[in-house]
Design a protein around this ligand. Structure first.
Ligand code: GLN
Length: 382
């Protein structure tokens, strides 16, 4: 029998719930992916590059014009310069960027601060590299970071803090004050920061995304990850990127070259031409805020309790007014009996949690959201 390197890890909840949604014919608000197609112009560009013959390897770090386009986007939006030659790498989705970054930074015996609820890929990546996750709880209903707890959790072994804003699953976002406090806390230490910013363009109520790539004090210790799949409604293309200082990026690429070498070539060529169309991502906050508002309005008279998400395309809901069921039992019942799939919050915790929360993805057509809300209302009426 093969020794398991991840004995306590099963198949991810996202795969599990999508399979269950298919099996029971339920509306899939579980795994986070948009129901919409990428822009027609972008599809045309992909087609063009397939036909032009841009189907062979790109440079290992990614198609250079795409890296240039990313560099100018970061400069425009966040006011910092990143060298496309040495500080930007195109990855096969944000998940690969996160995994490779953790592999680059974490060594045997290192401690890594992880905020819970946490996206489920962080802990396995830390453990596979011999690190120890040190968990700090984000508390409902706001799920903001208590920086006093962070100060107390730091030891001589703390190598890395993993941040995620807009936050999956809670939808909370980091504020400018958070970054000021973080900068004070890490100043004078050798702690690295890994910032998962997959939902950087999906932020609401006039809030501005606070990227660590835009922070003059923090960027020298930060690896910042973004998802082109989330931004362009194309999660299946597996396209993301990571930026970091030159020396750190050199180490990242040593691992990246032996895991994926380079990501999908024709898509990179197409995105290199498409990325400078600013309106494509400038529209996203309004587009998704309307979805959030629709979904929240449809459920405002139900017995779900919730605070509207500040960012991401997820809305979390507390179902404790309805039942004592665990979140796992609740989502199983929802998918089988009600016909709506959701993600149970326990998937984002390393230990049992008392929270009775589920996460819904609202990156769906209005019609899908109406249909899902109607089904949920039948069981969640006050
Ligand atoms: N990021 C997506 C989510 O949170 C899922 C990604 C995946 O399935 N690996 O739902």
């Amino acid at each position: 029998m093969l020794y398991s390197k991840l004995p306590n890890t099963g198949t991810t909840i996202f795969t599990t719930m999508t399979q269950m949604a298919q099996q029971f014919g339920a509306i899939n608000l579980a795994q986070g992916f948009p129901e919409f197609s990428p822009a027609g112009d972008l599809l045309d560009l992909v087609y063009k590059h397939l036909l032009l013959g841009n189907n062979q390897y790109t440079p290992m770090a990614g198609h250079y014009p795409l890296r240039e386009a990313i560099s100018s986007k970061i400069s425009r939006l966040y006011g910092q310069e990143y060298d496309p030659e040495t500080e930007i790498t195109i990855t096969a989705g944000a998940t690969q960027a996160l995994f490779t970054a953790i592999g680059t930074i974490v060594q045997e015996g290192d401690e890594v601060i992880v905020f819970e609820p946490a996206y489920d890929s962080y802990t396995p990546a830390i453990k596979l590299n011999g690190g120890t996750p040190v968990y700090i709880q984000l508390l409902a209903p706001d799920f903001n970071i208590d920086w006093e707890k962070v100060k107390r959790a730091i030891t001589a072994r703390t190598k890395l803090i993993i941040l995620n804003s807009p936050h999956n699953p809670t939808g909370s976002v980091l504020s400018p004050e958070d970054l000021v406090t973080l900068a004070k806390i890490v100043s004078g230490t050798r702690i690295y920061l890994l910032s998962d910013e997959a939902y950087e363009h999906i932020i609401f109520d006039g809030l501005k995304h606070c990227s660590l790539a835009g922070n003059a004090q923090l960027r020298s210790r930060s690896f910042v990850v973004a998802s082109l799949g989330k931004t362009y409604h194309a999660t299946g293309w597996r396209m993301g990127y990571i930026v970091a200082p030159k020396a750190e990026m050199t180490e990242f690429r040593k691992i990246h070259q032996f895991t994926v070498f380079n990501s999908n070539a024709p898509i990179q060529f197409a995105l290199a031409e498409f990325l400078n169309r600013e309106y494509e991502y400038q529209n996203l906050p309004d587009f998704y805020q309307a979805k959030r508002d629709l979904f929240c309005n449809l459920l405002k008279d139900s017995s779900f309790k919730f605070t509207p998400a500040s960012g991401s395309f997820f809305q979390s809901m507390d179902f404790s007014a309805l039942t004592d069921l665990s979140d796992k039992a609740f989502v199983e019942w929802l998918v089988k009996e009600v016909g709506v799939a959701a993600i149970p919050y326990s998937a984002f915790y390393h230990q049992k949690t008392e929270l009775q929360y589920v996460r819904f993805c609202f990156a769906k057509s209005d019609e899908t959201l109406y249909r899902a809300a109607e089904k949920l209302h039948i069981v969640m009426n006050k």
